[in-house]
Design a protein around this ligand. Structure first.
Ligand code: ZN
Length: 153
C-alpha cells in the first residue's frame, strides 16, 4: 500500500479513456489499496484510477465512513436534477457549479469481482458521477457553469 502523487490538470493521463478491468487480480487489489490510501491522505471523498496515473475503470468513493470500491461502473438510470459546487483533487484550488442528476443507479463489480448495484442520491450520486467522468477523460471544469478560485470567497 502506498500514497501516490495525484495527477493534476494538464497531465494527459487525465484526458484519456480508461480501459475496462477484464480480470481482478493482485495488481487490481494493489491499485485499489493505493487509491484508498491516496484519497484518504489527500482528504478527498473520491478518486478514480487515472488520478494516480492508471487508466483502468476503477473508482473509490468514501462519504461518512461509507467506502465503496467500484470496478467497471456503469450508470444505468438517472433521475432529477441537482446543481451543486464541486472540487477535484486533480484541479487544486478551484470549485465550480455542476448540474448532475439527483438520483442514479450504478452497476459494477466490487473488489471481490461480485456484481454490485447502488441506488444513490445527492452527494453520493454526485461523487460517483464525478469519478465516472474521470474514467472518460472528463473533468468537472468541462461541465461547470461557473468556476472560481477557492480563496476568492
Ligand atoms: Zn475529480
Amino acid at each position: 500500500m502506498a500514497v501516490l502523487p495525484i495527477r493534476k490538470i494538464g497531465d494527459p493521463v487525465l484526458r484519456s479513456r480508461s480501459k475496462e478491468v477484464e480480470n481482478i487480480n493482485e495488481q487490481t487489489k494493489e491499485l485499489i489499496d493505493n487509491m484508498i490510501d491516496s484519497m484518504e491522505a489527500a482528504e478527498g471523498i473520491g478518486l478514480a484510477a487515472p488520478q494516480i496515473g492508471i487508466l483502468q475503470r476503477v473508482i473509490v468513493v468514501k462519504i461518512e465512513d461509507d467506502l465503496k470500491v467500484t470496478i467497471n461502473p456503469i450508470l444505468i438510470k438517472e433521475k432529477g436534477e441537482s446543481m451543486a459546487e464541486e472540487g477535484c483533487l486533480s484541479v487544486p484550488d478551484r470549485r465550480g457549479l455542476v448540474k448532475r442528476p439527483e438520483e442514479i443507479i450504478i452497476e459494477g463489480l466490487n473488489e471481490e469481482g461480485e456484481k454490485v448495484k447502488y441506488e444513490l442520491e445527492g452527494l453520493k450520486a454526485r461523487a460517483f458521477l464525478h469519478e465516472i467522468d474521470h474514467l472518460n477523460g472528463i473533468l468537472f471544469v468541462d461541465k461547470a457553469i461557473e468556476i472560481k478560485d477557492e480563496e476568492s470567497e
